[in-house]
Design a protein around this ligand. Structure first.
Ligand SMILES: Cc1cc2nc3c(=O)[nH]c(=O)nc-3n(C[C@H](O)[C@H](O)[C@H](O)COP(=O)(O)OP(=O)(O)OC[C@H]3O[C@@H](n4cnc5c(N)ncnc54)[C@H](O)[C@@H]3O)c2cc1C
Length: 335
């Protein structure tokens, strides 16, 4: 685990209103909305949020630069403050279970250590996995000298000698965004197509293009990056590399739900397909954050979680009302 959910609560034996799978920005904000509506909520979190390697969360109004672990610690405290439970663990199975006597939905959740829980509704907020291109020496620098997002850490690498390791059509766009941050930009095509038109535009912006294949990333003695070694042995000095990662929603333990998935164009990524407020084709299951919106930053993920949490509460309120009404009708019929 990269970060820890330093305290862990007990799993309740009784059925809870909602289980939230994943305790990042999306899951915790979803849980916060639910607990503030007096819903019983358990967040199960395996403690490896996507931005764990980053020093700070940037571009988040009022909290710019807050270390990711601090933000989540505060979020957990807020959820616990209203009675929510946060359990450290990994969900390995979640599936629909037999409905309650009054016909309400039920889900059975199992953790890697065998513990189990039953919930009325499920919010999936498992985030995504960034898959890096296979270049020797690259992965070691992920989140530090190897970056993907100009809005997350672009300001921090401004004016550095930056290299774009092209991965596909998205890299063209990436190059223009990083050019905004430095005058010293090299575009390594790595066998991807770069037409004459794009080359002309790059030249007009002083973006140097290198077509020689890339062999490896060369580490610097200070722990950062010294450059990029090409197949002809030449080393192009660079301090920062920007890569467009492939974005894969984290689906471990969730496949039994049979949730539909959708693909971004050009193999850029795969995510859970959702509708309004994170609803899915499986009644009782919502998805929020990077698991469904691969481009969402922390603020957007938290907002999506909050919306899904509110929607789940509304769904539960309707179900509670239907159950109470049916019981009242039965009582009347008996009189
Ligand atoms: C290096 C880097 C830097 C970034 N910097 C910024 C930035 O400066 N500003 C910004 O706004 N955004 C930044 N981002 C993007 C940010 O990380 C995401 O927007 C955000 O993490 C999405 O939140 P989330 O809740 O959807 O997913 P996550 O934060 O990834 O949380 C998902 C959680 O679910 C847990 N989980 C997954 N599967 C299971 C399971 N089966 N059982 C239990 N738990 C599970 C994970 O362990 C994790 O804790 C950065 C991303 C990266 C990679």
């Amino acid at each position: 685990m990269i970060t820890t959910t330093e305290l862990t609560d007990q799993l309740p034996e009784e059925t809870v209103d909602a289980v939230v799978i994943g305790g990042g920005a999306a899951g915790l904000n979803g849980a916060l909305m639910l607990v503030r509506s007096r819903r019983s909520v358990v967040v199960i979190d395996s403690g490896a949020p996507r931005n764990a390697p980053a020093a700070g969360v940037h571009g988040l109004l009022g909290l710019d630069g807050t270390p990711p672990a601090d933000l989540l610690r505060r979020g957990r405290e807020e959820v616990r403050g209203y009675g929510g439970r946060i359990v450290a663990g990994e969900v390995t199975s979640v599936r629909p279970a037999a409905p309650s006597a009054d016909g309400d939905l039920r889900f059975a959740v199992t953790l890697a250590d065998g513990r189990a829980l039953q919930a009325r509704r499920v919010l999936i907020a498992t985030g995504l996995r960034d898959v890096l291109p296979e270049v020797p020496g690259l992965a070691e620098h992920w989140g530090h000298s190897v970056v993907h997002c100009p809005y997350c850490h672009g300001w921090e690498v401004r004016d550095e000698p930056i290299g774009i390791l092209a991965a596909g059509p998205a890299s063209l766009h990436h190059a223009l965004l990083f050019r905004q941050l430095t005058d010293d930009l090299v575009y390594f095509t790595r066998g991807t197509e770069l037409g004459e038109d794009a080359r002309g535009r790059f030249a007009a912006r002083n973006i140097r293009v290198v077509d020689t294949p890339v062999d490896a990333v060369v580490a610097a003695p200070d722990g950062g990056i010294a450059g990029v070694r090409l197949s002809d042995g030449q080393v192009v000095p660079r301090r920062v590399l920007a890569v467009a990662t492939t974005l894969q929603a984290r689906t471990d333990g969730l496949l039994e739900l049979g949730l539909p998935m959708a693909d971004l164009p050009n193999g850029m990524g795969r995510h859970f397909a959702t509708g309004m407020a994170g609803t899915t084709e499986v009644p009782g299951v919502w998805v929020a954050g990077n698991a469904t919106d691969l481009m969402a930053q922390v603020g957007a993920s938290a907002a999506a979680g909050a919306l899904a949490g509110a929607h789940i509460n509304a769904h539960l309120a309707a179900a509670d009302t239907e159950a109470a009404f049916a019981a009242a009708q039965r009582d009347l019929a008996r009189v």
